[in-house]
Design a protein around this ligand. Structure first.
Ligand SMILES: CSCCC(=O)C(=O)COP(=O)(O)O
Ligand SMILES: [Zn+2]
Length: 204
């Protein structure tokens, strides 16, 4: 089996699991997985597809600039530049972007603050934060329609091989060393968002 085939299957399996959670509403979301470092090549979801379906045209290989690495009729995700920024700046191997109601509402509630902090929550350990008083900070950036502008706003927050950034009233992008870690961070983030929204309802 080739690295490309292995990585294709790894990303397809992650995609199926996120689809079961209904995290690809209205064709939203995009996923990527690194295939090679030198030169950088990664698989990214084709733009505008129904990501709940599994097909042979779900992903295409792109280069460091997000351009197709081989002749194809498929169009890379409109948000490929964000994945390029992650692989260009870190050793991450997988990056995931989904739109959920919870991540959108949290991004709007905390958008003016530019971040949301989580402390005293067991699930922040998913991000490697094991200390008693540790704080997980998830930055929130504006949702620029122009993707190069969005990628430029996103880039300063790519500071480690794993992380998460909320895009206001749009969605979340997470990255980690492989599909397993990126999915873990995504699920942990969504748990924390849902918890925060449920808690705020109780406090009213
Ligand atoms: C229909 S959702 C608007 C575009 C978007 O935010 C997204 O995540 C999906 O775009 P893609 O080009 O990756 O299909
Ligand atoms: Zn999006």
């Amino acid at each position: 089996m080739t690295a490309l085939h292995d990585k294709w299957l790894e990303l397809a399996d992650v995609k199926d699991e996120l689809a079961i959670r209904d995290w690809f509403m209205g064709t939203s979301g995009n996923l990527a997985i690194k295939v090679a470092d030198e030169p950088l090549e990664f698989l990214v979801t084709a733009s505008g597809k129904d990501k709940k379906k599994r097909t042979d045209e779900d992903f295409l290989l792109v280069d460091a600039d997000g351009q197709p690495a081989a002749g194809t009729l498929l169009k890379p995700s409109a948000e490929t530049l964000l994945h390029c920024a992650i692989y260009g700046k870190t050793g991450a191997g997988c990056s995931l972007h989904v739109h959920t109601v919870a991540n959108n509402v949290i991004s709007e509630l905390y958008g003016d603050a530019g971040k949301i902090d989580f402390q005293g929550q067991e699930l922040i350990k998913a991000f490697g934060l094991w200390e008693e008083d540790a704080v997980l900070t998830i930055p929130i950036i504006p949702n620029h329609a122009d993707i190069p502008t969005l990628a430029a706003a996103f880039e300063p927050y790519i500071t480690a091989d794993k992380g998460a950034v909320l895009i206001r009233n749009h969605g979340i992008t997470v990255w980690g060393k492989d599909g397993f870690e990126a999915k873990k961070l995504l699920e942990a983030s969504e748990f924390l968002f849902q918890y925060q929204l449920a808690l705020q309802l109780q406090l009213k």
